[in-house]
Design a protein around this ligand. Sequence first.
Ligand SMILES: Nc1ncnc2c1ncn2[C@@H]1O[C@H](COP(=O)(O)OP(=O)(O)O)[C@@H](O)[C@H]1O
Ligand SMILES: [Mg+2]
Length: 514
Amino acid sequence: MAEDAEKLSLAYLLGKDYNPVQAELILAPEYEVAAVTGMGAGKTYAACVAAFRHAVKYPGAFVLVGRLTFRELVDTTKKMFYEMVENKKLRSFIVKPANWDYRERTNVVRFKNGAEILFANLEPNRLDKLKNLEYSLVVIDQAEEIQYETYQLLLNRCRLNAVPYSDRHVIAIANDEGDNWLRRRFLTFEPPHGRPTMSATRRLLRGTSLANPNIDEGAKAQLLSLPPEVQARWVYATMDAGTSRLIPDFRVIAPFVVPAHWPRWVGVDPARSTGVTCAIWVAVNPDKDVYQGVAPNAPVVYNEYWAEGRDAEDHSQEILRQSGPHRLLGYAMDRSAWSTGALSRKLGAISVAQLYVNAGLPASPSSGDEWARVMLFLEAQKRGLVVFRTCTHLLRQGPEYRVRGQQMVDSTGAIKDLKIVSKQKFHAIDAGGYAFEFIPTKVVAVDTRTLEAAFDIADDIDDGSRRHWEALQRTLPKRKGHESVVTQGIDEAELHGENTTHAAGWWEHDDVGW
Ligand SMILES: Nc1ncnc2c1ncn2[C@@H]1O[C@H](COP(=O)(O)OP(=O)(O)O)[C@@H](O)[C@H]1O
Ligand SMILES: [Mg+2]
């Protein structure tokens, strides 16, 4: 028994090193406790500890642990609870389920003392069920995902008498999502929330990701590589009212003619059955000098295509037309377009991507991962990304691209599951991201010189001579610009001598190195 008591101590459950905000969350005496922190600060872990201790302490306890969607609840919160119980050797307190696997269908954990923990999703259609129950503790993970109405309902249902009021709590843990009900209820006390009272207490806990000594080093490095304004929200949880913008402002420039030797790529976000097809063209300055406001090695978005209600064939043709006359180094398209089915009158059932490929667009698959996409935009911006004023859809969508309900650091400490608000409509961001994925960290100029015959034949010679020189030309390799060519055994000096009178040969240029 003494051993059991030890197992319930914070020193044991949180370990030697923990984020102080975790202990505050577990011990807070207030009825409503909100923790708004950076990602990976240890909120979910602390909430699991709180739920566990509460259940062990009160035989009649009934704990609700909820998150908006069932899948995410199971894969993140429930999983972490199961792992914590396993790692801290707490199975002896629990009688059900016997098979300790978070993926098991059962969503109730029963303790030896009769207390129970229910894992439930908090989607609006589930509320009728949940509001018929009474709880002694409510834990809401990623509370920024849920409606205030849901929270209100749960506040009213946290009234199970088996636990004294002083130990009943509604714990809402959240990432900083700017101006939402959590901020208004716990920080600014705006109407209808007002201020807490002696009998209806509220507490807001704050903390940064960096204060969690248990956060994975890789995850931490990734968080710290974000631009300052994104870090303010995700790492430091400053709770500024601003929006949860992911992509900092673009630097906009006036259009200019992109030099032919700049390497170019295009990203294409194809319409699925209906909707918009968007293409974004990106070039990179391969030279050592700034050109028209584009820094060396910086990308420039110089064209966009945005059209709706056309066939894949028409989209493809238009994208190819707008690419010309340049040879693009890559046509990137979302990988999922290869697994999304489309119906074509001519071709029957094929993939969306195949429709475009068949129409002549040489598309290759891009990863299509949203998180990677944000990072690619941030990377491009670090490199000095500029956008032509004419790319209006991209310029409009950049500031609108936001995060919501992100669960970025999972129970293994890996970063994942970034959620973007109605991401399916961000075609310009998607298309741009696909293109960025194809751009190497260092680019080289495109060789724009065409292949030419080894020497030129003058116009004013007789047919016999012309045939002779043409026959000789065919035996020689082609040349590119002023580069020397291998002459396949023909004596260069002799060739030179014979030809000087009527051919403006490449050897006449001063800069030829023999
Ligand atoms: N006291 C602790 N002991 C051991 N690992 C912890 C502790 N607190 C947090 N962690 C680990 O740190 C990582 C981030 O914690 P988590 O609770 O998921 O953060 P948040 O919910 O704030 O994003 C997870 O891998 C979690 O297992
Ligand atoms: Mg969490």
